[in-house]
Design a protein around this ligand. Structure first.
Ligand SMILES: Cc1cc2nc3c(=O)[nH]c(=O)nc-3n(C[C@H](O)[C@H](O)[C@H](O)COP(=O)(O)OP(=O)(O)OC[C@H]3O[C@@H](n4cnc5c(N)ncnc54)[C@H](O)[C@@H]3O)c2cc1C
Length: 398
């Protein structure tokens, strides 16, 4: 096991470190009250619809940062080399995110490209993949349904073959940004299949007859997920992603790859929260002494989270099975972050419950992270399943 970066990756990490120190940290006061709209790499699609001068000012700053990052070669980092990207390893991507997380400015390198889109073939590449890489199009991810979320194998949306097309019927809940996305990666099942069998992923453009975004839902998480309805929506077979019946594997690949980023982001946000706590407590006053034990414990747990995230990313780079590590990182990272923000609010007292206060904002985001992309209960379920698969011996020390 070796988490060291190659000399090229280390140069890249240092460039990011410098970018964060020189470009992002000075902007922190300006972003103190920035609206949630700027969280994540898909902010452009919604923010650009706004005429609000405050939003327009933030867009200007973000676009300027984007230009600076591109000029320094900090773009397309995880895009495969065949598409002109740098294809950095999972471990290096973690090191880069760790640097970015040192700043509270919600800036990310690169355009949003769902990793399963690299399964595009033939015309799909020009139509869906390239525009996402270039930042001209964005996509939504349509998996959750009113009756299937924590367990997506229960999904009920149907895809019935009809000549060169499929006819899609069903409802999707919560695809983030679907109201402003150019297309959705939609998961549906073939007739007479159940569980993980027959699940197929379709690329469906917004505006396709029979596909409607029926509402968007304001959430405490900052993003606005949507409800989508498909009524006899005809989709050409050429818009199946990754082959008919291969949707389950795509869904797993999408979740697996993102988990280690979730861990390092939780780590970064928790550290920023603890910095706010340190400021509130003011050095080594008597007040601070009351909490040193708990803070020391949190710092130890954060170091464990960091190592767990790098370990998972390293295993993913070795193409090893990371299902358990992915669940461990999601569970441990999001629960720990929530515990630390809760502690910070306890120390800060009621004035910090002001809606726009940074701790209140972190609290909303931290709580949502325990649910989005698979709730904690399901992660525990995945972890205990590994125990019964491997037996108690799997837990014995060597
Ligand atoms: C802000 C936001 C953005 C989202 N973005 C997307 C998106 O882009 N695309 C998408 O497809 N989905 C998205 N989701 C959906 C999200 O992934 C689901 O909400 C999540 O997977 C839980 O599914 P559910 O809401 O149907 O909960 P349910 O499956 O109804 O579960 C509800 C609760 O019951 C408990 N539970 C369920 N099963 C078990 C079990 N077996 N054992 C113990 N406890 C259990 C858990 O605590 C769970 O939180 C988003 C959700 C939110 C809130």
């Amino acid at each position: 096991m070796d988490f060291r970066l190659s000399p090229e990756e280390e140069t890249l990490r240092k460039t990011v470190e410098e970018f964060v120190r020189e470009r992002l940290i000075p902007l922190e006061p300006e972003f103190k009250d920035a609206p949630d709209i700027f969280e994540g790499s898909r902010w452009k699609s919604r923010a650009r619809l706004s005429r609000d001068p405050v939003i327009l000012r933030y867009i200007e700053i973000m676009e300027d940062l984007e230009k600076q990052a591109e000029a320094q070669g900090l773009w397309h980092l995880d895009v495969p080399k065949e598409y002109g990207g740098m294809q950095v390893s999972n471990v290096a991507m973690l090191a880069i995110t760790e640097e970015l997380e040192k700043s509270a400015v919600p800036f990310e390198f690169g355009n949003h490209v769902s990793n399963i889109l690299y399964n595009c073939k033939g015309d799909q590449i020009e139509k869906f993949l390239w525009p996402c890489i270039r930042g001209e199009k964005t996509s939504a991810f349509g998996l959750t349904e009113p009756a299937s979320g924590a367990d997506p194998s229960m999904l009920q949306t149907t895809a019935v073959p009809n000549g060169d097309h499929f006819i899609i019927n069903g409802t999707k809940m919560f695809p983030t940004f679907a109201d402003v996305a150019d297309f959705v990666q939609l998961f549906a099942r073939l007739p007479d299949t159940k569980g993980r069998e027959g699940v197929t992923c379709f690329l469906i453009e917004t505006g396709t007859p029979g596909y409607r975004v029926t509402r968007s839902i304001e959430t405490i998480a900052g993003s606005e997920p949507c409800e989508l309805v498909f009524e006899d929506c005809r989709v050409p077979r050429s818009q199946v992603l990754g082959g008919v019946g291969n949707g389950w594997a795509l869904n797993q690949a999408w979740l697996g790859a993102r988990r280690f980023q979730v861990g390092i982001r939780a780590h970064g946000m928790a550290q920023r929260v603890l910095r706010v706590v340190a400021q509130l407590l003011g050095g080594d006053s008597a007040d601070a002494n009351k909490f040193v034990e708990r803070i020391g414990y949190f710092l130890g747990e954060l170091e464990a989270l960091r190592t767990l995230s790098y370990f998972g990313a390293w295993k993913a780079d070795q193409k090893m099975d990371v299902r358990s590590e992915a669940a461990n990182v999601k569970l441990f990272g999001t629960e720990l972050l929530h515990k630390i923000v809760d502690f910070a609010l306890e120390i800060a007292g009621p004035t910090m419950l002001r809606k726009s206060h940074v701790l209140a904002r972190y609290f909303r985001h931290a709580r949502a992270r325990r649910i989005i992309e698979g709730p904690s209960e399901i992660q525990r379920h995945i972890i205990q399943r590994a125990l019964f698969r491997e037996g108690v011996a799997g837990l014995e020390l060597p």
